[in-house]
Write a protein that binds this ligand. Structure first.
Ligand SMILES: [Zn+2]
Length: 103
């Protein structure tokens, strides 16, 4: 296990990190750094900590600023084409680490 964060070194050979775009800051990040939000086939919006739930997914950083941007712009709604209840935002806020507002 390496915890290095390939700063300028992207010569890692066989670790292809899947990238996803955060709906808050629009930056591409490694999937595992993001929270997945999924619209299930049943039409529910859920947070998907495993990243494996079926359905259409969208991603957001674990940052308050990104969550706020997503809320203000209704970006989860747009991305998933589905209304998002306040409970989902509350759950998202609960996922945020307290001390990781900025990296
Ligand atoms: Zn972000």
């Amino acid at each position: 296990m390496t915890r290095e964060r390939a700063g300028g070194m992207r010569i890692m050979k066989r670790r292809r990190v899947p990238l996803r775009t955060c709906i808050g800051c629009q930056e591409q990040k490694a999937k595992r750094e993001l929270i997945r939000i999924v619209r299930t086939p049943q039409g529910e919006i859920e947070i998907d900590p495993t990243g494996k739930k079926a359905g259409r997914g969208t991603y957001i950083c674990k940052k308050r600023s990104c969550l706020e941007a997503a809320m203000k712009g209704k970006r989860i709604e747009r991305s998933l084409n589905h209304p998002v209840s306040p409970a989902v935002y509350e759950d998202l806020a609960a996922q945020l680490p307290d001390d990781a507002d900025e990296e």
